[in-house]
Write a protein of this length. Structure first.
Length: 318
């Protein structure tokens, strides 16, 4: 758990170089809560291959959680010292093998994590959760959200967008993180990104009777906006076979972000790719709208949309 190849954690230096971020796992283990969890790479790696924990799931139980070693917890201290010398603000993807806002995690573990985050101010900590409804209360129990945190949530389809985005916006309004982001990876359905239900606590900001708001609009209050969108296709995990994503779903996000000035990052196409994007043999799947994708493997599918890479990174001052 050190430098990572996850492209949305990369940042640019003052001279324009793109440098990798880091991955840090304070503990390991989680419970499946949505369709995006079906092909969980963390479960395949830590529960099936290494047998470090038991993964939770509906009908199975909450599973187990295992705290990582003291030497692993010291890594961010080293990264912070390095960043201070280089005058950079590298990003840290925290909890790729768990969820910071998981109810099954002991409260004192989260308090320890937040203390670590506060002690590393030269790092930007990206906390991505499938449980944004827990952010405000759990942050309060852990001593308050540290100032060097970015908050994000996973939205794989319209249902999860309508549930998770309002919760993330409420957390952004209340806790004022560095920025807020959505990971639509794996993208499993079309999402109307320019509309989401108005968070209950913020209804007074909108006209009476309004139900939806545009979380990408530059006309919104900055604390009511999503600052970055990440998209990506699914990858095979053990015996789990990745589900295809319609390339048009990516295009909708790309175009909405371009129209609103929202940072857009397309991480990967996954196992499936548009037949117009990459040539080759492979199993085909055709969506109801007539668009066809081909299974050629994540190593070959690349990350272009209509021949173009979209690797936007949210900029945080050093």
């Amino acid at each position: 758990m050190a430098e990572t190849k996850i492209s949305w954690t990369h940042t640019r230096t003052a001279d324009g170089r793109l440098v990798p971020g880091y991955t840090f796992n304070p503990w390991i283990g989680c419970m499946k809560v949505s369709p995006a969890c079906d092909g969980c790479y963390a479960e395949n790696l830590m529960a099936y291959r290494y047998k470090r924990v038991e993964w939770g799931a509906p009908g199975v139980g909450i599973g187990t959680r295992s705290r990582t070693s003291a030497s692993n917890w010291y890594n961010p201290i080293r990264w912070n010292k390095k960043a201070a010398i280089a005058e950079t603000r590298p990003f840290v993807f925290c909890a790729s093998l768990s969820d910071v806002f998981d109810k099954a995690v002991p409260v004192n573990w989260r308090r320890d994590l937040f203390l670590l985050i506060r002690s590393t101010p030269h790092l930007v900590w990206m906390l991505l959760t499938k449980r944004p409804q827990n952010i405000i209360a759990m942050s309060a129990d852990a001593g308050g959200l540290p100032e060097n945190v970015a908050l994000g949530t996973t939205c794989e389809d319209q249902k999860r967008w309508d549930i998770n985005v309002p919760a993330l916006i409420e957390a952004k309004w209340e806790l004022k993180p560095l920025f807020a982001f959505v990971s639509a990876e794996p993208l499993l359905g079309e999402i109307r990104a320019r509309a989401a239900p108005i968070p209950f606590s913020l209804k007074s900001w909108f006209r009476k009777g309004a139900l939806d708001f545009d979380p990408l609009s530059p006309a919104q209050h900055p604390l009511m906006r999503i600052d970055q969108i990440i998209t990506g296709g699914e990858s095979d995990q053990g015996t789990f076979r990745a589900r295809p994503s319609n390339p048009q779903w990516y295009r909708y996000f790309r175009d909405d972000c371009a129209a609103t000035g929202t940072v857009y990052h397309h991480k990967q196409n996954g196992e499936w790719v548009s037949v117009s994007e990459v040539a080759g043999e492979g199993e085909h799947f055709t969506f109801p709208d007539g668009r066809t994708v081909r299974r050629i493997g994540a190593a070959k599918s690349g990350r272009t949309i209509d021949g173009v890479e979209h690797l936007g990174h949210f900029e945080v001052a050093a």
